[in-house]
Design a protein around this ligand. Structure first.
Ligand code: FPP
Length: 269
């Protein structure tokens, strides 16, 4: 890493291109997802030493239920296998795993595996690994707004000064804003992923298919990130180095909500 790597980063990845990677090799799409898991494992291992403290990966969107049943079943089977094989290693490596997204539509066996892995890795402090499953950012924002109305009452929730901090707290208190969003697979859109959290994220779109993403690709994306000037709405600085985000002006009235994402997700179930 170069020495511009001063701040511990929140990196988000849209892991796209598994199906095309497989098709290019004459393999079934599910082979692409299997190779995609291997790529994910590589990135998780490399992340802490690359200066990443929070990594959010998009594994299954709320719209992915539209895929053929067998493909969906395979993705959840792979998830269970991943959790069974990797949980011990994640724990040993100080990785705290958290699944974000809805939980009420997940297959029971996958849900049990997720909860086991979250419990087992809860003490991890080197890397916060967030895996987005059955996730939609618009839905997460809507849910946070609904929970604000329930917690604050409709009158107080209509106050901009109260609603803004509440949503901020609900959506980014624990993970922080996304610094860098990487999308593999050649497409250039956000696909309903972390829309609030990415307000000032730097975006890097790569042609490489997700199963080909490795430590070198990660380094290259981080290198590009570190050489961009982040202005956060300000003017260019003569020394053009990355600037830290401006201090938040919100003051959180207490009590607000539990910051723990999983407790919010339990509201779904
Ligand atoms: C996008 O590729 C990938 C997905 C929708 C699933 C992502 C799944 C993995 C990386 C492996 C599973 C990981 C876990 C933890 C469940 P695509 O299928 O949309 O590829 P395409 O755009 O080439 O069709």
């Amino acid at each position: 890493m170069d020495d511009l790597n001063l701040k511990r980063l929140h990196v988000a990845i849209i892991m796209d291109g598994n199906g095309r990677w497989a098709a290019q090799r004459g393999l079934p799409r599910t082979a692409g997802h299997r190779a995609g898991i291997t790529a994910m494992r590589r990135v998780v291992e490399r992340a802490p030493e690359a200066g990443i403290c929070c990594l959010t990966v998009y594994a299954f969107s709320a719209d992915n239920w539209k895929r053929p049943k067998t493909e969906v079943e395979t993705i959840f089977r792979l998830l269970r296998i991943f959790l069974r094989i990797e949980t011990l290693r994640l724990r040993k490596n100080g990785v705290r795993l958290e699944v974000i997204g809805r939980r009420d539509r997940l297959p029971q066996a996958a849900l049990r595996a997720i909860e086991r892995a979250e419990r087992a890795t809860a003490g991890g402090e080197r890397l916060h690994l967030r895996v987005a499953i059955d996730y939609s950012s618009r839905e997460a924002i809507t849910r946070a707004a609904a929970s604000a109305i329930a917690a604050l009452g409709p009158g107080r929730a209509s106050s901009f000064d109260l609603l803004g901090p509440y949503l901020e707290q609900a959506l980014i208190a624990e993970s922080g804003e996304v610094d860098l969003l990487i999308r593999t697979g050649g497409e250039k859109c956000l696909s309903d992923f972390l829309l609030w959290e990415c307000a000032y994220a730097e975006l890097v779109f790569l042609k490489c298919m997700w199963p080909d993403f490795d430590a070198a690709e990660l380094e290259a994306a981080l290198h590009e990130f570190h050489h961009r000037e982040r202005r956060f709405g300000g003017v260019p600085r003569p020394d053009a180095e990355s600037t830290p985000p401006p201090a938040r002006v919100y003051a959180f009235p207490k009590p607000m909500i539990q910051s723990n994402q999983s407790s919010r997700q339990e509201e779904h179930a």
